[in-house]
Design a protein around this ligand. Sequence first.
Ligand SMILES: Cc1cc2nc3c(=O)[nH]c(=O)nc-3n(C[C@H](O)[C@H](O)[C@H](O)COP(=O)(O)O)c2cc1C
Length: 216
Amino acid sequence: MPEQPLPQPRREYTAGELHAHEVDPDDPLAEVRRWVGDAVDAGITEPTAATLATVDAAGVPDARVVLLRGIDDRGVRWFSSRTSEKGRQLADRPVAAVVMFWPQLERQIRLRGRVEHLPDAESDAYFASRPRPSQVAAWASDQSAVVASRASLDAAADAADRRFADVAEVPRPPYWGGELLRPDTVELWQGRRARLHDRLRWTRLVDGWRLERLQP
Ligand SMILES: Cc1cc2nc3c(=O)[nH]c(=O)nc-3n(C[C@H](O)[C@H](O)[C@H](O)COP(=O)(O)O)c2cc1C
């Protein structure tokens, strides 16, 4: 099949600017929170969607999208199966990178650091807040395992439905929970004219953060 040429956009990025004097040099996670808030306010679809990159035991990278469910002084968190591909990778190598991109705002965020399980109480509280069908689905799906057919997945979901039919509160599966990325580096990227983009990167030090501007 002949190759279809890709469109070659030459878009100029003019939506905003990013200056060191406008950010808190000591609190990159506050800046991440602010930008996610801006994405929410801008009405962007799935404003908390983030690409989560991990590495497997052989050092081969992998990546997929998850929804961030919280950002606090510790870092950013999401929820998933711990027996999934990503769960096994994180068990082997508890490090990750997270990337978010909001085209309408011409902004990108990158975080890198170590990952740990959220405390059980936090995973329990979040699981309890989920809609019941999502709770049941967490029991029905062995995330990342091969499934013979759509019909067998639906049958597993029906079986989980029946199993919990008389249960008021669906419990959190033992293999499902929250993960917390504690960033060692945080980068905010704002597109600028003529590819001279603004990049500010925070690097964690023993007693705080170093803030630097990077070349585009
Ligand atoms: C918009 C979007 C949001 C998603 N959110 C999550 C999530 O919060 N948690 C999750 O486990 N998977 C989520 N997924 C599915 C993952 O991308 C992925 O398919 C799944 O986690 C299995 O990945 P793995 O095989 O690498 O473990 C989401 C996918 C998309 C496209």
